[in-house]
Ligand binder design. Structure first.
Ligand SMILES: [Mn+2]
Length: 489
């Protein structure tokens, strides 16, 4: 590929000479002989010529396949130069804005001649990479600070939330890697073990051990780090930690020597990928696989609450991870236990035109209710699913929709907020109501009646128009951070 650049500014020539790919055959056209001599002394191919003379471009052998860059000096109109290049046979013409302010005369001018000319701004071309590099060095400083701070501890606790999900588990591994520690000097722990089959499967397949902690065992650690959770979560048990890395909205009520909390990130593993990249550490296939699975899982395979950093982390981890293992972990979603739940659900359920309501009776865990609600939404005709089940002494209600005009979170808040905890996104929401309170409000927990009640509430809500403030759809990448998938499940 041949490239001819018309530039009068030495710095611009030097930058372009370095930036243009070496596979390009590049020639610069300048007007100043002294400048040309200086440049050619540095092995830059340069020609002295008047950019308003056709001959200049003929000598440079410009043809329709030559890429011609014209530096916009802001003063003189590039019109004559562009016409001259066209007369010489050039068609691929780019006007390069290097940041010179336009003269008042230029600003007044119409620019019809620039219509089929490409426009490039030097600053725009720099901005992505420059920002990334500077941010990375700031992240590096931050990571080195907490690494130093935690370096002399004998035993560090990397604390996860209860019933840890893939993001929490993988964040634990990543943190151990960042601290250059082993499983005996950095213990990944939780107060309540994993229950969901896919999480257990992940831990088994990747051989990750999450220790079950007792309240009193906290004292045996020199330092505490929380990942994918903040200390307030533990209800007053911990008010001071050494490091917090999380992507949930920032909470108060605790002290931490260091923290990195980014609520607009889709997963904690995205933050930790940036930390690992910043210090240029070796990432094992096991850690990369866990982190890749975590990002996929927390962002519903990059389809919810996903931002550029999540995509970037995904791109970075993908070649380091074991894709076959990720696929195997995802396959763990379907188990005989879940299949049985679906069979029950379909047996009991009531399908309206687009709403499916069902009740699972007593089930062992909340995730079974969420699983069935997700599953039903895949059925072709269904746009809303409302699924309930009794888990210990609570009625758990999971609601899903295809991101329709009405808000699932509002539905559960309106109907169950007064008797239990209720909330969520537009497309997925959950309510947990003690059986006693549910009976007080609705008079029964008989399975058939529960379905009738939920179906009635659902039909009324879905069928009625949304209040004006709800009518506008919330984009999935909105700046505010809704509860994570795990919080809703
Ligand atoms: Mn998370």
């Amino acid at each position: 590929m041949k490239c001819v650049a018309v530039c009068q500014d030495e710095t611009v020539v030097r930058i372009l000479a370095k930036a243009l790919p070496s596979s390009f055959e590049t020639e610069f056209i300048v007007e100043d002989r002294l400048l040309a001599r200086r440049l050619s002394e540095c092995d830059i191919t340069v020609r002295v010529g008047d950019s308003r003379k056709v001959d200049t471009f003929l000598k440079a052998k410009v043809d329709p396949s030559t890429c011609v860059l014209v530096e916009d000096t802001g003063r003189r109109s590039p019109h004559r130069t562009i016409e001259t290049i066209r007369d010489a046979g050039g068609t691929l013409i780019y006007l390069l804005d290097v940041g010179h302010p336009l003269s008042p005369k230029r600003r007044r001018e119409a620019k019809p001649h620039e219509a089929d000319v490409g426009h490039l701004a030097l600053a725009d071309l720099l901005v992505g990479e420059l920002g990334v590099r500077l941010e990375r060095s700031m992240t590096r400083a931050r990571v080195e600070q907490y690494q130093r701070y935690l370096a002399d501890a004998d035993r560090v606790l990397i604390l996860l939330h209860n019933d840890p999900d893939p993001d929490a588990i993988a964040s634990g591994l990543a943190m151990r890697n960042l601290l250059h520690r082993t499983k005996t000097t950095a213990i990944i722990g939780t107060f309540q073990g994993m229950t969901r089959p896919e999480n257990l499967r992940m831990a088994n397949l990747l051989d990750i051990r999450v220790e079950l902690l007792e309240r009193q065992s906290l004292g045996s650690f020199d330092r505490i780090v929380t990942v994918d959770v903040q200390p307030h979560y533990f209800g007053g048990l911990i008010d001071k930690v050494d490091l917090v890395i999380d992507h949930h909205p920032e909470r108060t009520g605790y002290n931490s020597a260091f923290k990195d909390i980014r609520p607009d990130y889709g997963s904690t593993c995205t933050i930790l990928t940036e930390h690992l990249r910043a210090i240029d550490v070796n990432i094992s296939e096991r850690t990369a696989t866990a982190m890749l699975y975590a990002i996929k899982s927390d962002t519903l395979f990059l389809s919810r609450q996903t931002h550029e950093p999540d995509l970037d982390a995904f791109r970075f981890l993908y070649p380091l991870a074991n894709a076959a293992l990720v696929r195997k972990m995802e396959g763990a979603e379907t188990t005989i236990e879940r299949l049985n739940c679906i069979a029950d659900a379909v047996h009991q359920g009531a399908a309206g035109q687009t709403l499916y309501t069902t009740h699972l009776g007593e089930v062992a865990r909340e995730d079974l209710v969420a699983y069935v609600a997700d599953f039903l939404l895949q059925v072709e005709e269904i746009k809303w699913s409302i699924v309930s089940g009794i888990v210990h002494s609570d009625v758990v209600i999971s609601v899903r929709n295809l991101g329709s005009s009405r808000h699932a979170g509002e539905f559960v808040k309106q109907n169950f907020g007064d008797v239990g905890s209720a909330g969520g996104h537009r497309a997925m929401a959950k309510a947990v109501v003690p059986v006693v309170r549910f009976t007080e409000k609705f008079g029964t927990t008989a399975p058939k009646r529960i379905i009738e009640i939920l179906d009635h509430l659902g039909r009324n809500f879905v069928g009625s128009p949304a209040p004006p403030d709800q009518a506008a759809a919330t984009p999935i990448t909105a700046g505010t951070s809704p509860p994570t998938r795990s919080a809703l499940r």
